[in-house]
Design a protein around this ligand. Structure first.
Ligand code: CMP
Length: 139
């Protein structure tokens, strides 16, 4: 089915000027960037976005990292976009990511792993709504 997923190009990617290189991988995989903006997110936004991880030992570090530099938030559209983008990103830990994936090519570590992508249709909806209004998404 035609789906939308939510993507973040994380601070380690913007700091190293890799947003174009990552977008090229996304587009080559057949995903369309139907909304995109570069923003500095607030601590409150980061805490809300990652609320499911709030009991994890790395939560504070994760929030601090996500507000340490600009991010690029995106909506990606395509056939099976949610699963496809997860495949294109590669495993959370870049050491375990397959060749050619964004994380294998660019990520620094499990924390500074360059990209986020929604893990389910329900989460995609919630995450997109946290950063975009419907009129900002142009397919
Ligand atoms: P993401 O897909 O954005 O969702 C949760 C994030 O938590 C994940 O990517 C990682 O960047 C981060 N994360 C997961 N495990 C660890 C860890 N052990 N230490 C630091 N960050 C982590």
């Amino acid at each position: 089915a035609l789906e939308r997923t939510f993507s973040i190009l994380k601070p380690d990617a913007t700091e190293r000027n890799l947003t174009g290189a990552i977008n090229a991988i996304i587009e080559k995989a057949g995903l369309r960037i139907v909304a995109q903006k570069r923003v500095l997110i607030t601590k409150e936004q980061a805490q809300r976005f990652y609320a499911v991880h709030k009991e994890r030992p790395f939560f504070g570090e994760l929030v601090d990292f996500m507000i340490s530099a600009p991010v690029v938030v995106q909506v990606l559209e395509g056939e099976n976009a949610i699963a496809k983008y997860r495949e294109v990103m590669g495993a959370t830990d870049p050491a375990k990511a397959a060749a050619g994936t964004i994380r294998k090519e660019h990520a620094r570590s499990i924390g500074e792993n360059s990209v986020h992508g929604s893990d389910s249709p329900d989460n995609a909806k919630v995450e997109i709504a946290q950063f975009f209004s419907e009129n900002e998404i142009v397919g």
